[in-house]
Design a protein around this ligand. Structure first.
Ligand SMILES: Cc1cc2nc3c(=O)[nH]c(=O)nc-3n(C[C@H](O)[C@H](O)[C@H](O)COP(=O)(O)O)c2cc1C
Length: 349
């Protein structure tokens, strides 16, 4: 139904409008009795074979929603109805922020890709906390946190600390986003001197809590090799719990969409099918370089069960999708899980 009915309608609107329309529809559905149960009956299936424990958390399945779709942390339960094993909310910043000027999101249907330069527009951490207090999560929630665009990189650690402390009691794990290409200067925080200032503070702060929340670092696929090696080395030394690999890319390699359109769109992070190989190799590299010691969430261009399996085989403990959900529709989660389950039972035979 999505591919033949809803997608053609939604794709007539610009991506941001389509996104807002979809989320308004989800809010409306909440008011209809049994709509949630019907959605779950259609899309959600549990597989004992796919349950796994990673960083001390028991995941019902390894397929999560990537950061940026439920950017304000208001739709985690609605998204869980589509069968996700966990939902990443955010990126959330301490203060609300508007992000970059519109238009700031573009579809490339010929490439099953998106270019976005939202610039982490969000309603801020406090709004998310209010929602998390009001609506108890029925799914594992990871909070993706970042700094406000207006904060200098030298003060970034304070922003991360604030977002972390406010969210700590209400989410299950954290993703530290230092790799969004759409906030000026943010990717510079991947330099280990900045990174250690941010992450060490969070690791120290965590010691004061009775409960343990895993902390992961989200990296860019565009990192020079030496910088990536330094980050892996730092992650192994610091005691951080894992890596999300990775964010969108600035590269425009391998696109079939004509150059004129790409140039007209301009800056932004590319996601979707063209990112798949790049992020797969990033996952494989981190897995091998860290001698399999760092749990990895593999994300980038996953559109099918085969690709999710390949990402897991390359060393990811979990995977996430965003652009695949837009192009393939909500049934993508069910299809991936069925494929993974079948692959497991074929292996056993
Ligand atoms: C429109 C859009 C907005 C995004 N916003 C965020 C964000 O706020 N924070 C973040 O860490 N990643 C964000 N991402 C990146 C995704 O989480 C993911 O890392 C990337 O899109 C690659 O996965 P995909 O190819 O499955 O989309 C965004 C991606 C898209 C397409």
């Amino acid at each position: 139904m999505y591919k033949h009915l809803m997608k053609p309608i939604l794709f007539r609107f610009n991506p941001e409008t389509a996104h807002n329309m979809t989320f308004s529809a989800l809010s409306f559905l909440r008011r209809i009795p049994f709509a949630g149960s019907v959605t779950r009956a259609i899309y959600k299936k549990e597989y004992r074979s796919l349950q796994r424990e990673v960083f001390g958390i028991n995941f019902p399945n390894p397929v999560g929603l990537a950061g940026g779709l439920d950017k304000n942390g208001e739709f985690y339960n609605d998204m869980a109805n589509f069968g996700f094993g966990f939902v990443e909310i955010g990126s959330l910043t301490p203060k609300p922020q508007d992000g970059n000027a519109k238009p700031r999101c573009f579809r490339l249907p010929a490439d099953k890709a998106i270019i976005n330069r939202f610039g982490i527009n969000n309603k801020g951490v406090k709004n998310a906390v209010e929602h998390l207090k009001k609506v108890r999560p029925e799914v594992i929630v990871a909070a993706n946190i970042s700094k406000n665009a207006s904060s200098m990189n030298e003060d970034a650690a304070k922003d991360y600390e604030k977002a972390f402390a406010l969210l700590y009691d209400f989410v299950d794990m954290f993703v530290v986003n230092v790799s969004c290409p759409n906030v000026v200067g943010l990717t510079a925080l991947q330099d280990v001197s900045f990174l250690s200032d941010i992450v060490d503070r969070l690791l120290d702060l965590r010691m004061y809590y009775d409960t343990f929340r895993p902390i992961l670092l989200k990296v860019s696929p565009d990192l020079p090799k030496q910088q990536l090696d330094d980050i892996i080395d730092y992650c192994l030394r610091s005691g951080i719990d894992g890596i999300v690999a990775g964010n969108t890319t600035r590269s425009r390699d391998g696109l079939t969409t004509d150059n004129e359109r790409i140039e007209k769109i301009g800056n932004g992070g590319l996601s979707g099918a063209p990112l798949y190989r790049k992020n797969l190799e990033l996952v494989r590299y981190i897995h091998e370089k860290s001698e399999r010691k760092l749990p990895i969430i593999g994300v980038g261009g996953i559109m099918s069960g085969e690709q999710a399996k390949e990402m897991l085989d390359a060393g990811a403990s979990l995977v996430e999708i965003y652009t695949g959900f837009i192009y393939e529709g909500p049934a993508i989660v069910k299809k991936i899980l069925r494929y993974l389950d079948e692959a497991k039972s074929n292996k056993k035979k």
